[in-house]
Design a protein around this ligand. Structure first.
Ligand code: ARG
Length: 589
């Protein structure tokens, strides 16, 4: 379905042309003076320069041509040469009915079949999933859902950190705790047990202990490095332990992500890139891109126009170990082979900026991706506590995701129980649904690149720009629709939306018209906060309409059915948007 601005331009362009001006001057924007008009065209000002005329004369000529046009209730030229526009209510109603008739309420799908990889989540296996990974999971899930809704072939990959020093640390700590295990007996030749030698809670204790030890015990650290090296070179017993670590943590990670409404198409990780690395290094050398520098192998990435000097990308350290960048390049080679995506979107915090600049440039330089493949690094800021410093628990540590979610759910539960209209049981379930919305909306409503303050009290509030406020609006609409159905035995499916009869109703419709444009832009700009802003304004517009309109007491049945259709559309738009943000609304709250 055409966007509302395009529809208006389609009327204005011929008018400009008929007056002898180029049709490209018929640019239309939302009005920045809503008190004066709904839309405005400033094209006459630009045309004035080209045609050496007074802007107001051009505006007057164009407006003259459009008198009587059914799309507008008002189209006027004002000094010094603006064209002010208001839409006709009938036209607006027909646009609403058009949206309702469309599969995706007016959002067009792309038909190119393009594949896009979203690399998000990025948890590190065997380390607890903490708030640092939260933003990546939340933002990435939303980007993936948006792209899929728009018809792209989206592939979400969690890209686990499953190949680093943490593995060696765990192996050596395990050796200290259970030296009798066959993995540590060099003469053992049998089959290794299928059962993991630890549970998830043991594993959760093993890693932090080992990590702590390695900071004070040099010998332990050296052992862990040695074990990591052996694992990476295929030493069988350690590969077997690694598999156990993977199985046990993956189950836990899936549960944790699942609780957040985050799912992945691929559960790949750094380890999957390893087979590609020897060939990659060879290739970079053959192409003359990689060279030795102080014992390491590096590729220059500096380009003309760089505002600061960028260091080369290290491909292999002097001790022979492959690096983070190498494994990301290996992953690109695998993804090209499997999917040949037209675009990559990586979502991490902004401290990884240089890393991705390096990886992207090497990938382009070496021709691992096509010259026109889009490589996007969506960088997000830090989640801070109320003190403005990176978020910590009360004890001062990094908080575990589970605890964070529990804390939010408790806060919501307390809020719900204040009014106590539902059973404790239902309140607990509802608190989970609302808690997730509070958490995700609290994050997504900020421009991703900015730091934000994690403020539970604000996030769980039912008023203001919060997730619960949006849910509350949806629940309110559901309740009106249910009452209408009880009164009438149906839901006004056949009815048409009529021209608005109040300013609040018109404002609501005008807000709805923005829907398709907002969804497209949010995805194109990888900016979920734009969807949040839109639904916040839509909820406000709905609530103003609701407060000024007696929907259920309306005596004119056609009018009433039109209201019902309109608020149904609001509900559908809100529900689609929150689904794209990655959460849902409860039945009641
Ligand atoms: N595991 C990494 C970390 O915790 C994030 C991975 C991001 N994705 C990537 N392809 N490098 O920092």
């Amino acid at each position: 379905m055409k966007k509302i601005l395009e529809c208006i331009v389609a009327e204005l362009a011929p008018a400009f042309e008929n007056c002898g001006y180029d049709r490209s001057y018929a640019r239309v924007t939302l009005s920045n003076r809503p008190d004066l008009c709904e839309y405005q065209c400033n094209g006459a000002m630009a045309a004035a320069k080209a045609y050496k005329k007074k802007p107001i004369d051009i505006a007057n000529e164009v407006v003259e041509k459009l008198q009587g046009n059914e799309m507008f209730s008002e189209i006027t030229a004002v000094m010094p040469g603006f064209i002010n526009i208001r839409l006709n209510g009938e036209y607006l109603a027909s646009y609403m009915n058009g949206m309702q008739a469309e599969d995706k309420l007016g959002v067009e799908e792309v038909k190119t079949g393009e594949t896009i990889i979203v690399d998000y989540g990025g948890a590190n296996v065997a380390k607890p999933l903490h708030v640092g990974h939260l933003r990546s999971a939340i933002i990435g899930e939303s980007i993936k859902r948006m792209g899929r809704f728009l018809g792209y072939h989206m592939i979400g990959d969690v890209h686990l950190g499953d190949w680093g020093l943490q593995m060696g640390l765990i192996i050596e700590e395990l050796r200290d705790r259970k030296p009798e295990l066959p993995y540590f007996d060099e003469s053992f030749e049998g089959e290794y047990p299928e059962e993991a030698p630890f549970t998830i809670s043991e594993l959760e204790d093993i890693y932090p202990t080992a990590s702590g030890k390695s900071k004070v015990d040099e010998a332990f650290k050296a052992r862990a490095q040695e074990a990591t090296f052996k694992l990476q070179n295929g030493y069988k017993p350690f590969r077997a332990i690694w598999k156990h670590i993977m199985n046990v943590s993956l189950a836990d990670l899936k549960k944790n992500y699942g609780n957040l409404g985050v799912t992945f198409d691929l559960w790949k990780g750094e380890s999957d890139a390893q087979p590609y690395i020897p060939g990659l290094i060879q290739d970079l050398q053959d192409k003359g891109l990689a060279y030795e520098s102080q014992g390491a192998l590096v590729v220059d990435i500096a380009q003309e126009g760089d505002s600061k000097e960028l260091p080369p990308c290290i491909i292999r350290k002097s001790d022979g170990a492959a690096l983070y960048a190498t494994s990301d390049l290996g992953t690109i080679i695998e993804r090209e082979k499997d999917f040949a995506p037209s675009k990559y979107i990586y979502i991490t915090d902004k401290r990884q900026e240089l890393h991705f600049i390096q990886v992207f440039r090497v990938a382009k330089k070496a021709g691992y991706v096509k010259p026109d493949t889009q490589m996007v690094h969506l960088m997000f800021g830090t989640m801070n506590g109320k003190d403005g410093k990176p978020f910590k628990t009360r004890e001062g540590g990094v908080m575990r995701l589970e605890n964070l979610v529990a804390e939010i759910n408790d806060a919501v539960y307390a809020r719900i129980m204040e009014n106590r209209t539902i059973s404790e049981e239902e309140a607990k379930e509802t608190a989970k649904v609302i808690g997730l919305a509070a958490l995700k909306y609290g994050d997504l409503s900020n421009q991703a690149s900015k730091d934000y303050i994690f403020d539970i009290d604000r996030f769980v509030s039912f008023e203001g720009n919060t997730g619960p406020y949006i849910l509350y609006t949806i629940v309110r609409i559901k309740s009106i629709l249910n009452k209408y159905q009880e009164m009438n035995g149906h839901r006004a499916e056949e009815a048409k939306i009529l021209a608005p009869v109040s300013d609040a109703e018109k404002a609501l419709m005008l807000q709805l018209t923005k829907y398709n444009e907002v969804i497209e832009n949010s995805f194109a700009e990888t900016a979920p906060h734009k969807i949040c802003q839109f639904i916040y304004e839509l909820s406000d517009a709905f609530n103003k309409f609701y407060n000024s309109t007696m929907i259920l007491k309306e005596e004119d049945k056609d009018r009433q059915a039109s209201y019902i259709r309109l608020i149904t559309l609001v509900k559908q738009v809100l529900e689609t948007c929150i689904d794209l943000l990655g959460f849902e609304a409860p039945e009641r709250m």
